[in-house]
Design a protein around this ligand. Structure first.
Ligand SMILES: [Zn+2]
Ligand SMILES: [Zn+2]
Length: 238
């Protein structure tokens, strides 16, 4: 095979007044340079075959050698688990939206299976153990707070929010403390990080940020202001 260099030079074409390109060695089509991957040591700085051709040939190679390649990567995973995991997380970082789409698709396809699996005694036990662990972590985070919220501060906060849930704006007799930045995301159990929320909203928010929680929630909750004796009256009762 002749060197790609001379052919690159020969195949060099002008595709327009400003856009420059060349003929692809694979498909023989004249394409702009943006259709080629860069390669530093090529005379023109680009690979001889266009991106499309390279993709097609690597796909063909994969399909032809799929078993051998799978065995090879299984061996890699087995021999160097740490590096293999690092490769996977690097890929996920580069392809976040692709990964999310794949996960959604996988979830759709395996929904029933997953539900059945989660009902097995082992999974239930694991779930309980995790809940216990999270509860302990939560307790530890609160215990580690230097100036934890006091009962008076909590009363004041509720009154300043007119005894309403900050998320659905419903009047509520047993408001719960919602941590704006969740404890397991580094939030503090301090007056500055606590707002009143009804049980339902607090449970639904889990450890999401306020923006994400409100963005994801369906717009059904209608604020009910001035119901009954009115929120201000209640606030001044104390
Ligand atoms: Zn091509
Ligand atoms: Zn609420």
């Amino acid at each position: 095979m002749t060197s790609g260099a001379s052919l690159d030079a020969v195949g060099s074409v002008s595709t327009g007044p400003t856009l420059r390109g060349k003929v692809c060695l694979g498909c023989g089509q004249a394409k702009e340079y943006s259709a080629f991957h860069r390669r530093r040591h090529s005379p023109d700085g680009y690979r001889p075959r266009c991106k499309q051709c390279r993709k097609a040939s690597s796909r063909a190679y994969y399909e032809k050698n799929v078993d051998a390649l799978k065995a090879k990567s299984a061996q890699f995973r087995c021999e160097q688990p740490k590096r293999a995991r690092a490769c996977v997380s690097a890929w996920i970082t580069r392809n976040r939206s692709k990964k999310r789409a794949r996960d959604r698709e996988y979830h759709r396809e395996h929904r029933e299976e997953k539900l059945a699996y989660n009902k097995t005694p082992e999974r239930r036990a694991a779930h309980r153990a995790n809940a216990k662990y999270q509860k302990a972590r939560r307790k530890a985070a609160i215990a580690a707070t230097v100036q934890p919220i006091t009962a008076e501060q909590w009363e004041e906060i509720q009154a300043s929010y007119l005894m309403l849930c900050v998320y659905c704006l419903e009047r509520c007799d047993d408001l719960t403390m919602d941590h704006v930045v969740a404890l397991n995301r580094g939030g503090d159990h301090t007056a500055g990080n606590v707002v009143p929320a009804c049980r339902k909203c607090n449970r639904e928010k889990t450890d999401k940020s306020v923006v994400v929680f409100l963005a994801e929630r369906p717009i059904t909750a209608q604020p009910i202001m001035g119901r009954g004796s009115g929120p201000t009256l209640r606030g001044s009762e104390k």
